[in-house]
Design a protein around this ligand. Structure first.
Ligand code: GLN
Ligand code: ZN
Length: 768
């Protein structure tokens, strides 16, 4: 179950504790109350198997590092039980000056031990703390959390099935400090797991769930052998406890035989992501293996069509016997919002098509009822489910004939600029007459407390629309004037009117809905409320043109218009399950294309379309990358190619792991791209030794994730490195991401230095 609490109680308790407003006892009390409420709620909803140790104060992978005592020396831990302060030092750094950018990367920004690295949990938007090992890494049971939480539930009267991150997945997701192969540490790790399993068993646990989602990835023989060794060890050393081996986020595919050969009592499979694997799994499973069928989608917000699901599941149950089948969500419900009942402002039709975590547990109960006592026993519930599915399938709120016609009329030339980059670049150069190494920023300027306060007041209704607009215009004007003053070449309006780069557009497009309480944990105390894409997307009105027009009216310099791209809007939303993602993306692309056309008509000569999340959408399996990149790139081109050659298209991406997708990025054919490189000291540019990036590019010269002000010299040095790999005419000068999380005090000197660094480079280039 989601751990944050229906009203984000955990977030509030954590942040109050971190800021010193409340003590450890208060935090632990809130945490215990949330666990107790979750157990009680699942029981009252009719769940027959209730998990424990699904709770975490920060992250379940970090919990596992603590359980096995894998605490890097930098945190000064001397053995014994891991304290809360060590735990949070690993999570956030030992000084609370660690900054996290909006995509969840932790960036250490000061003295003290930095936080552990954070990265995305498979293809979800949940981020885990990356375990870190070195040669000869010792392991010892150092946190008894799984046992304590099992006993806590037991005391409250709940027999639970504790959940552990499996040893092989844990090692596969880790990194080494000194080149040690994490899998080689398995034999040292297993005894700690065995100790936990034995203790759970001796305290009364009959089952444990061990998660090995690595089984849906491309595995090599070494990983498959590690799985075998781990589960044979458990079967031999802790035979008292039955293991439900859980896989999720995809198909077992070529790992199916390996999974089925493990000596475990049960296997959980994801039938939401990979419904096609059901028959194979049922056919091949050993006779006494309990199958847990992940039938209800744990990753999305749609209500299931229960009769249709039963049509698929009933034959499997008949074949194996009800005693050998469990019905479950496809994966942890951590990835779903908590309770739909809290949404009192959602459109009633849309609401009737949705199910959040609580509702999904209710659906499981109905499925189980039908499977054990026949469909008749839950006739009303099944009828309601089928009716909602039918209503959604035929609703005019979902299906818009005009959008369908538009999609049908898309032709290949629409995703193609009129002329190749070389021709466009010449026209653009003459039009803009920019100096060498032109300077610009990524879009947003600081979202100060006043900006956020004004937006909140406007939202509450205590600030009227006219006053809010006046405030935003004043902020924009200040930002524009300041950019002119310090001599930036290409300006931005600052994005003060935007709450979030996806929400801002979702709220103006049809086909999107927004929740009030639909929070999902992104990392630690940070939660996001993804938009819900429920219907065909269209753009009723212009979205950004007026703001751009106003900003451009304040200056003679080029004002970049600023949009979020279709792939990013898609990847940061809950999306439709009744059509391929590519189809939804194409619809968004057409809406953005219209905005691009209107901006151009209004006079915008440079239009930036951010694709911050393009890389995040990569499928887990390599074999599926190409198909994804093909449609993602095509959607970007579709939204950006309707303009004249002299209009300059920019894009921005905030990550540096480009090397494996660099050709796809090139194929997007943006005239200018800005990317993150400053932290890796331009290492990313190594990609350009084998692949010659064809268009113009601004490799970020300063790390906006840190409040530290970079000097002219260090940015000059980074630019010199960039010039070793790129032609001078290709290089732009910019920070590595938007500035909205920074203060003006950080931003002012940093950008002044950046402009100076660009000028220094101009003189240097003129001399050679
Ligand atoms: N234009 C956006 C900004 O500057 C881009 C943010 C991002 O890439 N995450 O805020
Ligand atoms: Zn960025």
């Amino acid at each position: 179950m989601p751990r944050i609490g229906p009203r984000r109680e955990l977030k509030k308790a954590l942040e109050s504790f971190w800021s010193g407003k409340s003590d450890e006892a208060a935090l632990l009390e809130t945490a215990a109350a949330l666990r107790a409420a979750n157990w009680a709620r699942q029981k009252s909803l009719g769940a027959s198997i209730i998990p424990s140790n699904d709770f975490s104060l920060y992250d379940q992978v970090l919990d596992t590092s603590c359980m096995v005592g894998a605490i890097p020396p930098i945190y000064g831990w001397n053995g014994g039980a891991v304290s809360l302060s060590t735990y949070f030092a690993m999570a956030r750094g030992s000084h609370a000056d660690t900054q996290a950018c909006e995509h969840g990367h932790a960036h250490s920004a000061g003295k003290g031990a930095p936080a552990q690295e954070m990265t995305k949990w498979f293809d979800t938007n949940y981020h885990y703390m990356v375990p870190e090992f070195s040669k000869g890494q010792p392991f010892a049971l150092s946190s008894r959390k799984p046992i304590e939480e099992y006993l806590e539930a037991k005391t409250l009267g709940f027999q639970t099935r504790p959940v552990l991150v499996g040893p092989v997945t844990f090692l596969k997701l880790s990194k080494s400090r000194d080149g040690v192969d994490p899998l080689s540490l398995l034999d040292g790790l297993l005894p700690v797991y065995v100790e936990v399993l034995r203790e759970l068993a001796s305290n009364g646990a009959d089952w444990v769930q061990i998660d090995e989602p690595c089984l849906v990835l491309d595995l090599d023989d070494a990983a498959r052998a590690a799985l075998k060794r781990a589960y044979e060890t458990f079967a031999r050393a802790a035979p008292q406890i039955k293991v439900m081996l859980a896989t999720y986020f995809g198909a077992l595919a070529e790992n199916l035989d390996a999974a089925l050969s493990l000596p475990v009592a049960g296997l959980h499979v994801d039938l939401a992501r990979a419904p096609e694997q059901l028959n194979d799994v049922v056919a091949k499973a050993p006779a006494n293996l309990v199958l847990s069928l992940g039938a209800i989608d744990g990753r999305n917000i749609w209500r299931a069509n229960l009769p249709a699901l039963l049509d698929r599941v009933e034959p499997a149950v008949a074949r194996r016997g009800a005693g050998l089948v469990q019905i479950a969500p496809s994966c942890s419900l951590l990835h779903a919002p908590i309770d739909l009942d809290l949404e009192d402002e959602l459109d009633a039709d849309v609401k009737s098509w949705l199910a959040f975590a609580v509702q999904k547990v209710g659906e499981l109960k109905v499925l189980a009822g039908a499977l054990t006592s026949g469909r008749e026993s839950v006739r009303a519930e099944l009828a309601a489910s089928a009716e909602a599915a039918a209503a959604r399938a035929s609703s005019p709120k979902v299906h818009n004939a005009a959008v369908a016609a538009r999609i049908a009329s898309v032709s290949p030339d629409m995703a193609q600029r009129k002329n190749p980059f070389a021709t466009r670049a010449g026209l653009q150069r003459r039009r803009f007459n920019l100096p060498a190494f032109p300077t610009t920023t990524i879009g947003s300027f600081p979202q100060t407390a006043e900006v956020r306060k004004a937006r909140a007041a406007y939202g509450r209704g205590t600030l009227d629309a006219a006053a809010y607009e006046k405030f935003l215009r004043a902020e924009t004007a200040l930002a524009v004037r300041w950019q002119e003053e310090i001599g930036l070449d290409v300006l931005v309006h600052g994005e003060f009117e935007r709450n979030d780069m996806v929400q801002y557009f979702g709220e103006q497009l049809s086909g999107f809905a927004f929740t009030k309480h639909g929070w999902v944990q992104s990392y630690g105390s940070r939660c996001v409320r993804p938009p819900i894409l429920f219907g065909d997307v269209s753009r009723p009105e212009q979205m950004t043109v007026e703001w751009w027009r106003y900003a451009q009216s304040l200056t003679q310099k080029p004002m970049k218009a600023m949009l979020t791209g279709p792939v990013t809007i898609l990847n940061w939303s809950f999306v439709r399950d009744d059509q391929p993602r590519s189809e939804s993306c194409r619809q968004i692309a057409l809406a953005i294309r219209d905005e691009v056309a209107d901006l151009e008509k209004a006079g915008a000569a440079m239009i930036q379309i951010d694709e911050a999340a393009l890389r995040e959408g990569l499928p887990l399996r390599r074999a599926e990358w190409k198909a994804y990149l093909d449609w993602a790139v095509e959607c970007f081109r579709l939204c950006s190619s309707g303009v004249a050659d002299r209009t300059q298209i920019h894009t921005h991406m905030c990550y540096s792991e480009f090397n494996d997708i660099i050709a796809a990025i090139g194929a997007m054919d943006a005239d200018v791209i800005s990317i993150e490189t400053s932290r890796s000291k331009m290492e990313l540019l190594d990609a350009f030794t084998t692949y010659r990036y064809p268009n113009e590019i601004g490799p970020g010269v300063y790390d906006i994730h840190s409040p530290r002000v970079p000097s002219v010299e260090e940015m000059t040095a980074l630019l010199s490195r960039a010039r070793e790999r790129l032609a001078d005419a290709q290089v732009w000068v910019n920070p590595d991401c938007g500035l909205k999380t920074r203060t003006w005090e950080d931003v002012r000197p940093a950008l002044i230095n950046m402009v100076a660094a660009a000028r220094a480079q101009r003189s240097a280039a003129a001399r050679t």
